[in-house]
Design a protein around this ligand. Sequence first.
Ligand code: GLV
Ligand code: MG
Length: 334
Amino acid sequence: MPRCGVEWNGLRRRLSILAMSARSRDLPRRSCLSTPGATEKFLAKAPSVSADMTFLDLEDSVAPLEKVGARKKVVDAIKNLTWDDRVLCVRINAWDTEWTYGDVIEVVGNAGERLDEVMLPKVQSAAEVVALDLLLTQVEKNSGLPVGHIGIEAQIETARGLINVEEICAASPRLETVIFGPADFAASMEMPVLTGGVQVPEYPGDHFHYVFSKILMAGRANGLQVIDGPYLYVRDLDGLRDFARRTRVLGYDGKWALTPDQAAVLNEVYSPTQEQFDRAWDLLEAYRKATEEERKGAVMFGDEMIDEASRKMALKFVTRGERAGLSRSPSSEA
Ligand code: GLV
Ligand code: MG
């Protein structure tokens, strides 16, 4: 009986996810462009930057005295600028400020259907996500949006948020991504650094390895995309490329970009190469032939023994490559 209940809950969650924020849930997020919401110049430029996702920020890049005024600028940008099919998001202020509910009511209530998601920073508990979900439902009803239209991105950037990340990632079917915020996280942990999100040379290894892995597992266990935060040395593109490879190798979907140049680097780092993409396709075909025509579950593929797990890995490459716009080379298809 309890098992049946667990299965029913799982099925209910999967069905409700299908209905939620369907447009943006599976779109790529290799590069997530941060755009300060109070600055018209940056807002006007954002649609021309080649990024998979853009978020208009009402949080830490906006001064307290500009917070309320920025809401209208962000709404105007969403409604009046020409956005392509990228994921479009607004980062609201955290629940421990006085701005959160006003951000949601004013922005979600007036932006219209083009807004895909809101990002909630400094999430510390599942309850914060549930509170946002409930508020979104009321605002959607009052503004004529389909209920469930707006997805949620949750930023993990405090010690408490990391401790609770598993419950946070399971808190609402609106959740689409979980994001690591290295700068606030370093502050929360009282790390002796002044720049978040970069390598610490004194540490023999990757000082965020545990954090990256814990967030990744919690996100994947709940079907979320998992995103790395900003790299603050904006002129050091080689340093960005090097640092981004760490989360790419672990399995992250993408990373924040603070400039158009950073976005270009990230689009490359978080895409499979054409060679990897073609090899994944070849493997899938070889394995299909082996299982369906020869009735074998493990066969040689070049120098490698492949089985069902290899098929699953290859499928990830193909899905990721297709999301990044790759198609199979004609020579590989022959
Ligand atoms: C991003 O919000 C960060 O704190 O790194
Ligand atoms: Mg932050």
